[in-house]
Design a binder for this molecule. Structure first.
Ligand SMILES: Cc1ncc(COP(=O)(O)O)c(C=O)c1O
Length: 378
């Protein structure tokens, strides 16, 4: 039998066959059901059964299978969704892509095109490690240089925002962009302080550097805002941003790089970056339906209910001395456990992440609480 390569936590843990998904539940062929605490790496903001989104994915694809929107074709949904993704974040232009990795690649391409358009030599890309910006060589180089096998003299790394001007003084004139994960999550949920956002925006403005946020994970509702920078990032607006994961509720792959008017005015006439899918029609129709669903049910406000539930869950586990530390904001909770919980198959060592879908209810929180207790006592 052909072997599908897998990114397993423990190869001894048996594979389970999924037969159905509904609400936030995953049903298996042994008549059990479970909840994915990390919610498909934070993607499935509407759970698994927002019917209208599926209908729109099907309807859109069947009606118009192709429209090459970066040349001279369009369908209304592409234009509407482009308005949505730009207007919700204060941006001017969008490049649709196929996933988060390619959204980050497109964001860097926007910076390159901007400096090329202005005729300035600013090739350096400043990023922070460890972080996660995607699986291509370039995006690995941004966040995980030990994993990248294609070295580039264009990458430079900052240890903190505070130290950029002093530590990288020689490089500053040649830095074209600084890319930052709105909340770095690889080593825990480590939010930047508002003072760091102020400083970052100041440095970019003072030294003529483009500020890029990687909002691939933090966007589309998790912070109570569509754009992560607007919530988790205290509203310090970047020049360029990358989004993906939840744009189409996780039901179809879709990513986007968006840029402000300053960047758009320079790059729009000579923009040469694109994919075969420009964009995938099903993804775009599903994304528009996702947005309309969030608006219709006022789901962004639901975050104000979800957040205290996550805090209460963590406080309870702290009191029981099951966890020793936690961080939570928006729909996200990161916990450090007293014991090694690797055997559960849900985690590497002693940490566990939760991302609640916007459809979470009392039953959801009761279930995940019981699941965590069981995990620690079995
Ligand atoms: C912050 C961030 N950027 C980029 C990516 C890459 O997205 P994708 O896996 O859709 O290529 C991820 C994926 O986890 C991410 O968390």
């Amino acid at each position: 039998m052909a072997k599908m390569l897998s990114f397993g936590i423990d190869p001894e843990i048996k594979k389970r066959k999924v037969v159905r998904t509904h609400g936030y539940w995953i049903y298996y062929d042994d008549d059990t059901r479970d909840i994915d605490l990390w919610n498909g790496s934070t993607s499935f903001i509407l759970g698994y059964s927002a019917t209208k989104v599926f209908q729109e994915i099907n309807r859109g694809t069947e009606l118009v299978t192709r429209a090459i929107a970066n040349t001279f074709e369009y369908i209304d949904e592409i234009d509407e969704m482009s308005e949505v993704i730009c207007n919700t974040g204060g941006f001017e232009s969008v490049q649709w892509t196929n996933c988060g990795t390619t959204a980050v690649e497109a964001a860097i391409a926007m910076s390159d095109a901007y400096w090329k358009g202005l005729g300035e030599d600013k090739p350096l890309i400043l990023s922070f490690t460890p972080g996660w910006h995607g699986t291509s060589h370039m995006t690995k180089s941004l966040g995980m240089p030990p994993l990248a096998t294609a070295p580039s003299s264009r990458h430079i790394y900052g240890s903190s925002i505070e130290s950029i001007e002093t530590g990288l003084a020689d490089e500053l004139p040649r830095i074209g962009c600084i890319i930052i994960e709105t909340v770095p999550w690889y080593k825990g949920w480590i939010e930047w302080h508002p003072d760091e956002w102020i400083k970052l925006r100041e440095i970019c403005d003072k030294h003529g550097i483009l500020m890029i946020t990687d909002d691939v994970m933090c966007g589309w509702g998790k912070s109570h805002e569509y754009h992560g920078y607007a919530g988790f990032g205290y509203g310090f607006r970047p020049d360029i941003s990358a989004l993906a994961k939840s744009l189409c509720a996780g039901y179809m792959p879709l990513g986007a790089a968006v840029c402000n008017k300053k960047v758009s005015d320079v790059i729009s006439k000579k923009w040469q970056h694109g994919h075969t899918m420009q964009p995938n029609i099903g993804s775009i129709c599903g994304a528009l339906a996702t947005y309309k669903h969030i608006e219709e049910w006022n789901l962004l406000d639901k975050v104000h209910w979800i957040q205290p539930q996550l805090s209460a869950l963590a406080t309870n586990l702290m009191e029981k001395e099951i966890i020793t530390d936690y961080k939570t904001s928006g729909t996200v909770l990161f916990m450090t456990f007293r014991d090694d919980i690797r055997q559960s198959g849900m985690s590497k060592r002693d940490t566990l992440r939760v991302c609640a879908p916007l459809i979470a209810d009392d039953e959801y929180f009761e279930t995940i609480y019981n699941k965590i207790i069981k995990l620690c006592t079995s």
